[in-house]
Structures are given as C-alpha cells and as structure tokens.
Design a protein around this ligand. Structure first.
Ligand SMILES: Cc1cc2nc3c(=O)[nH]c(=O)nc-3n(C[C@H](O)[C@H](O)[C@H](O)COP(=O)(O)O)c2cc1C
Length: 187
C-alpha cells in the first residue's frame, strides 16, 4: 500500500475474525517494530506475543477492572504485549524516553499489520499489576500497551460501534490547530 493510503485508511479495529495470522506475516510485523529508532539506540522495547485465541481470552480475564472495557480483545487470534525494559531508559530534560521509543516501535508494527490487511487497536486501559503477574513479566519492565491483532470482522457489533464512538474514532484536529510556523519576525 502507498504510505499516505496506509496512514489514512488505518483505524482501530475492535472486532476480529478467528483466522490466525500466518507465521511469516507475524514475523514481518515484529520486524517492523525491531527496526524502529530509539533514543541513543537503546531499544528498550520487549514484546511478549500471545499467538492464539485461547491465550488472548485468558489474558482478557487478567487485565483488572478497567480492562473489562476492552473485553473485545477476546475475539483476537493474536495479541502483542508491548513492554519496556526501564533499565534501558534514556532520561533527558526530565523526560523518560522509553515510552516514546516503545510507542514508535509498536506503531510501526500496527502499520505493518494494516499493510497486510490486519487490524489492531492500541490499548492502555488495563491494570498493569495483574497483567504482569499473570504473564510473569520482570519487575523492571513496564507494560506500555496491549495490541490485539486480527483480520477485521465485517459486521461491527453494537458494542464495538459504541467503543469507536466513545473513543473519538476518526476525528482529527485540523492542521492549523496543531501546527504553527516559527517566524523570526515574531521575536
Ligand atoms: C496510547 C493509546 C491508548 C489507547 N487505549 C485504548 C483503549 O484502552 N481502548 C480502546 O478501545 N482504544 C484505545 N485506543 C484507541 C484510540 O481510541 C483510537 O486510536 C482513537 O480514537 C483514534 O481512532 P482510530 O485509531 O480509529 O483512528 C488507544 C490509542 C492509543 C494511541
């Protein structure tokens, strides 16, 4: 897919077909994440892949109370738990860059997936503690996001429609609200 078509058509998918993701396609998605840039090339991201629906369903029951809002993940045939090893963090200007690094890497995966017709949805609504405990994730790692993956199911359920509406969906601020051009004459 041409790049602008890829980023324009990508959207959060919250309803998945049961079809598994072929191994070579999953490998390509993970490779897109591996190649991401990071502060001082520290590559703090660590990924735990749940590669079948049974595993995803069990995780869905271990995401805490807030995780119930994302119960739609139950239909996903695959899910990536995006973690960051905080011992690889770069801190500049009191900012921790492990989050930025891991977000870049995970979004490269989401785009690589979409390029192969696979939908995903970033998830921050989960309780980190039960997720870490259930998956046995090391103490010094943070769980940054969950990314269910799957071929989009055609009929959207009422629940997923409501989720998309609630989450804001495709609405974006216009460029003139988010961009200003620096001019030395303003100084
Ligand atoms: C960091 C992050 C966290 C998000 N967490 C959730 C979530 O917990 N549940 C959910 O349904 N969508 C979640 N989303 C998806 C957003 O709601 C969605 O990207 C936004 O509304 C724009 O819609 P679009 O992805 O369809 O373009 C999250 C997105 C990001 C980037």
């Amino acid at each position: 897919m041409e790049f602008m078509e890829l980023v324009t058509s990508r959207h959060s998918v919250r309803n998945y077909l049961p079809d598994p993701i072929p191994k070579e396609v999953l490998a390509e998605i993970l490779e897109a994440g591996r190649l991401a840039p990071s502060a001082q090339n520290r590559q703090p991201w660590r990924y735990l892949v749940l590669s079948n629906n049974e595993q995803v369903k069990k995780l869905a029951l271990n995401c805490g109370l807030i995780g119930l809002s994302n119960i739609f993940i139950r239909s996903a045939p695959c899910l990536i738990v995006a973690c960051a090893d905080t011992s690889k963090n770069v801190r500049i200007n009191q900012q921790d860059y492990y989050l930025v690094d891991t977000a870049i890497s995970l979004q490269q995966m989401a785009l690589a997936a979409w390029n192969r017709g696979i939908g995903s949805c970033w998830l921050a609504a989960f309780s980190e503690k039960p997720v870490k405990k259930y998956l046995g994730i090391p103490a010094k790692w943070r769980v940054v996001a969950l990314l269910p993956l799957g071929y989009p199911a055609e009929s959207k359920t009422m629940y997923t429609k409501a989720m998309s509406f609630f989450a804001g969906s495709k609405d974006r601020l216009p460029l003139d609200k988010i961009v200003s051009y620096f001019s030395q004459e303003d100084q």
